[in-house]
Write a protein that binds this ligand. Structure first.
Ligand SMILES: Cc1ncc(C[n+]2csc(CCOP(=O)(O)OP(=O)(O)O)c2C)c(N)n1
Ligand SMILES: [Mg+2]
Length: 606
């Protein structure tokens, strides 16, 4: 039997290779091309801002803008990306920003569409990723509202729905104000610390005939680059402490995807002989196989880090997510000096507690961490590398079990991708840092940000969009719960020919919460065996590959045996390299490995 036949039967409902990619949503040219309506001004502003894509789900509240995007600017720059759910539209823009560091747009219908988008907006906010969200409202002028529908889809203050987890929002009252609003939105979203912004476009303003054309405007002049450099005396002080430190530790947190900044972090760690810790909450920040990389990236403070923090004479946090929570593993404030480099305080508000606990800090450097690191490398000057120890190695599965585990999935995938440049666009909760090495800032993009399950597929599509043509293979590994919550994000990738591999770590359960129920049962001396109730997705089991095929993607699996796994993954990788979207359903046994052990009462996630 050939390896192909060894795979479960695969039926293609849609053969995307036969579709005409050039014909996707190219509008027939419109005869009239001069800006004639309020929404034409909005569409032109998006074009002037060089926004490449606008992910959307349609709605009558922005039918004016929709028409302008298609018929006035020809569905190019920005090109529409039709999404099947508003949460997917924002998640795609979020994933795009994770790769590029820049905002693309997402458009959502008046209030109800925005309601659908909220979790994805919260995820982008907590992840500090820029997204320009356009919304709309039924005419603000009540005399112009259609009966019923325009009334239920108009709110006095629509921005209030998302104001607490966006950087800024606006409801401009005229086309001129809308243009200014978009320039400001783009400028603010992209300036550090980055975040989502919201512009709410009055339906009447969009549809009104322009009295006269607006004078041209040079968009660039309204968006001066904001460089957040560190004060020189702060850099001098930090450099002195770090140079003199016997046991410095660097906590590398929210940093950019720039290769130059990556090299600066390595140079700094080697120059001062610092151990470096990274976290899967955010994108790759330091080579994980470097001798100075401490432990593997872990979402929670693990045994290897704590003794180093205890011994550290200087701890340098490069915008580490939850510095207070990490230091708490010491049981009291650290003995060593703490340097915090961050601009995050600019975003803290009284509604969301995503700013985390207040850490003890001896020197606060209000600067972009990349800019500050470059300045520190320069201030410390050329010194020999103090790196010590052998390169760190990866976890190997123990073997011996007939069923598959997450470690088998990781091991097989590693073998199949070999030396390819891979970007892990998303990882499941069961993943462990020791499964994969990150040697480039684009090797891993971090978590969903806000702990909102269902972010994985959309973020992966957006990241794959940004990576298209880069030579990198985008792979999103999602829990089954995460996958199922936003599986229809994949249709957008198929439709717009965005190559992507999704591997479902399918334990047929919202397993994280089985772990929580187990803890409850143990603490309350109740039957642990009941932990699966209200958690397991069995009877019927869900056909993940079928959900992929139904949307024109390639679907492989369910894979249940060791001998099938590598072959299925190899076929899926080949399909993606052929420009397709592929999903592999890998049935794994539930288990969080090392995460399962430890404090019974500790609330670890979700
Ligand atoms: C929107 C949302 N709903 C519910 C939760 C609570 N929650 C946290 S993890 C989790 C389970 C996710 O299941 P899956 O993606 O299959 O991962 P597994 O835990 O099985 O590895 C749930 C329901 C959440 N964080 N976000
Ligand atoms: Mg699961």
């Amino acid at each position: 039997m050939s390896t192909r036949e060894a795979l479960p039967p695969e039926t293609r409902l849609v053969d995307v290779s036969k579709l005409d990619t050039a014909a996707i949503e190219r509008p027939i040219p419109s005869g009239t091309n001069a800006a004639g309506f309020g929404s034409d001004v909005v569409a032109e502003a998006l074009r002037d801002l060089d926004i490449p894509y606008i992910a959307l789900n349609p709605g009558a509240s922005y039918r004016g803008l929709h028409d302008s995007l298609v018929n006035h600017i020809g569905n190019a720059s920005p090109q529409m990306l039709l999404c099947l759910h508003e949460e997917a539209a924002v998640a795609i823009a979020h994933g795009y920003a994770k790769v590029t560091g820049k905002a693309m747009a997402a458009a959502v219908h008046s209030n109800v569409g925005l309601f659908h988008a909220t979790m994805a907006i919260f995820n982008a906010w907590c992840d500090r990723m820029p997204v320009i969200i356009l919304g709309a409202t039924g005419p603000v002028d009540a005399a112009k509202r259609r009966p019923w529908i325009d009334w239920i889809h108009t709110a006095a203050d629509q921005g209030a729905i998302i104001r607490h987890y966006t950087k800024w929002d606006d409801q401009p009252a005229s086309p001129a104000a809308a243009r200014e609003s978009l320039l400001r939105a783009s400028w603010l979203a992209n300036a550090s610390p980055q975040g989502p912004v919201y512009v709410n476009l009055d339906a009447d303003m969009q549809e009104a005939v322009l009295d006269k054309p607006l004078p041209p405007i040079e968009a660039k002049r309204y968006m001066p680059p904001v460089v957040s450099a560190a004060p020189a005396d702060h850099i001098k002080q930090a450099a002195e402490w770090l140079k003199g430190a016997k046991h410095p530790v660097i906590l590398a947190g929210r940093v950019s995807r720039a290769v130059a900044a990556w090299k600066h972090r390595v140079a700094l760690a080697e120059a001062i002989g610092a151990y470096v810790c990274t976290t899967p909450k955010v994108g790759a920040a330091f080579p994980t196989d470097h001798p100075m990389h401490l432990d593997a990236p872990q979402p929670f403070t693990k045994d290897e880090l704590t003794p180093h923090l205890r011994e550290a004479d200087v701890i340098l946090s490069l915008d580490w997510v939850d510095l207070n929570g990490t230091l708490r593993s010491l049981g009291g404030p650290p003995v060593g000096k703490v340097i915090q480099v961050s601009l995050d305080h600019q975003l803290h508000n009284g509604w969301s507690m995503d700013y985390q606990g207040l850490p003890p800090v001896d020197l606060f450097i209000a600067a972009d961490p990349d800019v500050a690191t470059a300045a520190l490398v320069e201030a410390i000057g050329p010194v020999g590398s103090k790196a010590k120890g052998p390169p760190r190695t990866l976890h190997q599965p123990a073997g011996g079990k007939s069923t598959l585990g997450i470690e088998d999935l990781a091991h097989a995938l590693r073998g199949v991708v070999g030396g390819r440049d891979v970007t892990l666009t998303h990882l499941p909760l069961s993943w462990q840092g020791s499964f994969w090495h990150f040697r480039h800032p684009l090797d891993f993009l971090g978590s969903d940000g806000g702990g909102g399950v269902g972010g994985g597929p959309g973020i992966s599509v957006g990241a794959a969009l940004a990576l298209k043509g880069s030579g990198r293979l985008p792979i999103g590994i999602c829990g089954d719960g995460d996958f199922l919550m936003s599986v229809t994000s994949l249709w957008t990738a198929v439709h717009y020919r965005i190559p992507l591999l999704v591997v479902v770590a399918n334990n047929r359960s919202f397993y994280n919460d089985e772990v929580h129920q187990e803890r409850m049962a143990i603490l309350r001396n109740r039957p642990v065996d009941n932990k699966w109730i209200g958690q397991k997705m069995l009877d019927p089991e869900i056909d993940m590959a079928g959900l992929a095929r139904a949307q024109g993607a390639r679907g492989f699996g369910p894979i249940v045996r060791h001998e099938e796994l590598a072959t299925a993954l190899a076929h899926a990788v080949a399909a993606v390299e052929n420009g397709e979207v592929a999903v592999v359903d890998v049935r794994i046994e539930p288990g969080y490995g090392a995460r399962d052990s430890g404090a019974v009462s500790q609330r670890k996630s979700g």
